[in-house]
Design a protein around this ligand. Structure first.
Ligand SMILES: [Zn+2]
Length: 683
C-alpha cells in the first residue's frame, strides 16, 4: 500500500469515527433532549468533520451529518412541515473571516457597502411561530430544518409570546410566520437547580439544555412552571402584502405588534462597526442574564437577501460571529481537597491540562461535595470544563457516554483533615465538612496569608508561599508572631531564597501595618461572616476594639447593616479566649486598635440615633451622614441604647417600639433643636 493510500484509509476511519460520534450526540440532543456535551465541543467535532471532508471530498457519504441536519420527530408530538426551511447560519470566528464574508457579499451584489443588522446570538432554541388573522396559530421547533415538532401548547405558556399580534388591526397581513429564540434566563435556571438540589435530584447542566427539555414536555403545565423567555428575531413567510422590506423594518414591525425583540439589535453600515459590535459583546457577554455565544449579522435589505440566496442549508446573506469556545472536554485526573482559613474542606478538580477560554487550565472548582454528588462526577471521568472571562474555571459535569465499561468510584470526602489528620466534622446546617483542629497548620497559614492581604493589613510580599513557609518552619504559631519576626532576622536570613534586602523591606511593611485602622484588623482576624462592609460598619460604630469587645450582643445587632448571624459570630469570636488573647498580644506588639472618626468630641459623640419614615429636609443618606459626622451613631432598630428616634412621615413599628421604651421621638425640627442645644449650628 502506498503512503497516500494509507493516509486516505486513516482519514476514512477517522471520518467514520467522527460521524458516529456526531450522530450519537445529535440523537441525544435532538431526539432525547439530553445532550452530553456543550455546543462548542459539538461545534469542534462538526468542524473537524467538515475540514476532513473538504480535504478528501471522495470520502463524503450521503448520510454524513454534514449533509443533513440531525434529528427526528419524537413520538408524542405531531410533526409540522415548515413552509420555508429553517436554515442554519454559517460561522465566522474572527475579524478576518468576518471581513472576508463582507467582501464576498459586496462582490455578489456589486456594491461597496450595504447596511447590516446585528444582534447578540442567544444560546437558546429556534422556533417557528405562525399567526393567522392576527392570532398565534401554531408553533414548532426547528427539528431537522424542514420538519419540526408541534409544540404549540407549550409555547402558549411562554408569557413573552403574544397570543394576539397587535390589536388585530387590518395592517397585519392575513398570515405570517415569526422566527424566534426561546431561552431560559439564568436566574430562573439557578432557581430550578436550587430546587433540585434541595430535593436531592440531579442538577441541570446549563440553561440551554434545560430550556430544550422544558419546551418538549408532554405536559404544558410543566413548561409553564419553567418561566421561559423569548426573543423574536426574524419575519418568516408572509401571506398577503408584506409589511416591510428590510430586516430592521421587520424588527420594528414585530416590536410594534408586541413581540419581544433584542434591545441590543443595531443597524450598522460598515464592517468595521460590525467588528467593533462583536468585540464589545464578546467582552460584555456575562453582563446579560442569558447566555450568548456570538453575534448574528444579517444583510438588512430583503431585495439584497433575495439576490444573495442560499447555498446548501446556509443563507449567503447572514452569518454568525462565534465567540471563542468557553467549554472543552478533558480527563479528570483526580479530586483533591483543600483546607481553608476557617477549616472548611473544599474539593477541587485536578485535570489533564486543556486549552479553554483563552488559557490552559489544569485545576478547576467543583464547588462543593453536594454538587459532586448531584452531578455524579468521578475521578477518571471525561468532564466538561468551562472558563469564561475572569471567572474561576469550573467543572460543568461528566460526559457519561465515555465512562462506559470503566469502573469509577464515587467521590467521598476524606474522614480526616488531609494536612493535620484530625477527624473531620460535619456542619449539617451548612452541609460543610471542616477540620476542627484550631492548631491545624494549613488553617494558620491561610489566616496569615489573609491577614497580610491587601484588603486587610496590606503587607506586600507576604503571600501564600511565604505564609506556608513561615508556618511550616515554626516561625509563626499564632498571628501575632508576625510582629516578632524582626527579632529573628539572623535565623530568617539562613532560609533559602530570602535576601537581606527583601527581608528588611518586608519588615518595614510589617511595621507599617501596625498603623492600619481597626476595620482592617477586623477583616484580618478571619472572623466568620466578617468582610469589608461589616468590618467598616463595626469600626465606625464602636470606634475602638475595647468598645466592640465590651458591647453586648444586642448592641452589635443594632448596628446598621449587621444581621443577627453576623453579630453572633462577632460577639462569640471576640469573647473566645484564644481570639481575646490574640487581640491582646497584637496590642502589646503595637498594633493599633481604633478607627479614625473625624468627629471625635463632636456634639453627638456616643449618641445613638435611629431614623425612620420619610423626611422632608434631608434624604436618608444625608441625615445619616450628618449624624455620623457629628460623632453620633446610626442604629437600625430602637433599643434601650437609642437616645432619639427621628421620625418622618410613616415609620410605624419603630415609633411603636420607641413609645414602649419611652425613647424621645423627634421630628426634623426637633433634631435641629437638640443639635443647637448641644452647641451645633447649621452652616
Ligand atoms: Zn487540619
Amino acid at each position: 500500500m502506498t503512503t497516500d493510500a494509507r493516509a486516505l484509509e486513516a482519514a476514512q476511519l477517522h471520518a467514520e469515527e467522527l460521524r458516529t460520534t456526531i450522530r450519537y450526540h445529535d440523537y441525544r440532543y435532538h431526539v432525547l433532549a439530553q445532550p452530553e456535551i456543550g455546543d462548542s465541543e459539538y461545534d469542534r467535532l462538526y468542524r473537524e468533520l467538515v475540514d476532513l471532508e473538504e480535504q478528501h471530498p471522495e470520502l463524503v457519504t450521503p448520510d454524513s451529518p454534514t449533509q443533513r441536519v440531525g434529528g427526528q420527530a419524537v413520538e408524542g408530538f405531531a410533526t409540522i412541515q415548515h413552509r420555508e426551511p429553517m436554515l442554519s447560519l454559517g460561522n465566522v470566528f474572527n475579524g478576518e473571516e468576518l471581513r472576508a464574508w463582507h467582501a464576498r457579499v459586496c462582490r455578489l451584489v456589486e456594491r461597496d457597502a450595504f447596511a447590516m443588522v446585528c444582534e447578540p446570538k442567544i444560546d437558546g432554541l429556534a422556533m417557528s411561530l405562525v399567526y393567522r388573522a392576527g392570532r398565534f396559530a401554531t408553533g414548532a421547533t426547528r427539528g431537522d430544518g424542514t420538519r419540526g415538532e408541534d409544540i404549540t401548547a407549550n409555547l402558549r405558556t411562554i408569557r413573552a409570546l403574544p397570543l394576539v399580534a397587535g390589536r388585530g388591526e387590518d395592517r397585519s397581513p392575513e398570515a405570517f410566520e415569526v422566527r424566534g429564540e426561546v431561552y431560559m434566563p439564568r436566574p430562573e435556571f439557578e432557581r430550578l437547580n436550587a430546587e433540585r438540589a434541595a430535593a436531592g435530584e440531579q442538577l441541570y447542566m446549563n440553561p440551554r439544555n434545560t430550556a430544550a427539555g422544558s419546551v418538549r414536555q408532554l405536559d404544558p403545565a410543566i413548561t409553564a412552571s419553567r418561566r421561559l423567555a423569548l426573543f423574536a428575531y426574524q419575519l418568516g413567510w408572509v401571506e398577503g402584502r408584506a409589511p416591510v422590506d428590510s430586516q430592521w423594518g421587520a424588527l420594528e414591525w414585530l416590536r410594534a405588534l408586541g413581540f419581544p425583540t433584542s434591545p441590543h439589535a443595531r443597524r450598522l453600515q460598515t464592517v468595521e462597526e460590525v467588528e467593533a459590535f462583536c468585540a464589545e459583546w464578546a467582552e460584555r457577554r456575562d453582563s446579560l442574564e442569558y447566555d450568548i455565544d456570538g453575534v448574528v449579522v444579517k444583510v438588512d435589505e430583503f431585495a439584497l437577501q433575495r439576490q444573495l440566496g442560499i447555498v446548501g442549508r446556509e443563507p449567503r446573506w447572514a452569518t454568525a460571529f462565534k465567540f471563542p469556545a468557553e467549554q472543552a472536554v478533558t480527563r479528570l485526573r483526580g479530586i483533591d481537597v483543600s483546607v481553608g482559613r476557617t477549616g472548611v474542606l473544599t474539593p477541587f478538580a485536578v485535570l489533564e491540562p486543556v486549552f479553554v477560554g483563552g488559557a490552559t487550565v489544569s485545576l478547576a472548582t467543583l464547588h462543593n461535595e453536594e454538587q459532586i454528588r448531584l452531578k455524579d462526577i468521578r475521578a477518571g471521568d471525561d468532564v466538561i470544563v468551562q472558563r469564561a472571562g475572569d471567572v474561576i474555571p469550573q467543572v460543568v459535569g461528566p460526559v457519561l457516554s465515555r465512562r462506559e465499561g470503566r469502573d469509577l468510584e464515587a467521590f467521598e470526602m476524606p474522614s480526616a483533615c488531609p494536612v493535620c489528620h484530625t477527624p473531620v466534622q460535619r456542619d449539617p446546617s451548612e452541609a460543610r465538612t471542616y477540620c476542627p483542629n484550631r492548631d491545624c497548620p494549613v488553617q494558620l497559614a491561610r489566616q496569615l496569608e489573609h491577614f497580610a492581604s491587601r484588603g486587610a493589613m496590606d503587607i506586600e510580599g507576604l503571600g501564600e508561599q511565604l505564609s506556608f513557609r513561615l508556618v511550616d518552619l515554626g516561625f509563626v504559631r499564632t498571628l501575632s508572631d508576625l510582629y516578632a519576626l524582626p527579632d529573628r532576622r539572623e535565623e530568617l536570613l539562613q532560609l533559602e531564597g530570602i535576601g537581606a534586602k527583601t527581608l528588611d523591606a518586608l519588615f518595614a511593611r510589617i511595621e507599617a501595618s501596625k498603623r492600619q485602622p481597626l476595620h482592617r484588623l477586623l477583616i484580618g482576624l478571619s472572623i466568620r461572616h466578617v468582610g469589608g462592609e461589616t468590618a467598616r460598619a463595626l469600626a465606625l460604630y464602636f470606634g475602638s476594639m475595647d468598645a466592640l469587645r465590651a458591647a453586648p450582643l444586642e448592641e452589635i445587632m443594632g448596628v446598621e447593616g449587621i444581621g443577627p448571624i453576623v453579630a453572633q459570630s462577632v460577639h462569640d469570636s471576640l469573647h473566645d479566649e484564644r481570639t481575646a488573647a490574640l487581640v491582646d498580644r497584637l496590642r502589646a506588639a503595637g498594633v493599633r486598635q481604633d478607627e479614625d472618626i473625624s468627629a471625635r468630641g463632636g456634639p453627638l459623640e456616643g449618641v445613638q440615633i435611629v431614623v425612620t419614615g420619610a423626611l422632608t429636609q434631608w434624604s436618608r443618606n444625608e441625615i445619616e451622614e450628618l449624624i455620623k459626622r457629628l460623632g453620633g451613631k446610626v442604629g437600625s432598630s430602637v433599643t434601650k441604647n437609642t437616645a432619639y428616634l427621628v421620625a418622618g412621615e410613616g415609620g410605624g413599628s419603630k415609633r411603636t417600639k420607641a413609645e414602649q421604651l419611652g425613647t424621645p421621638i423627634l421630628d426634623e425640627d426637633g433634631l435641629l433643636e437638640v443639635l443647637r442645644d448641644r452647641g451645633w449650628t447649621p452652616d
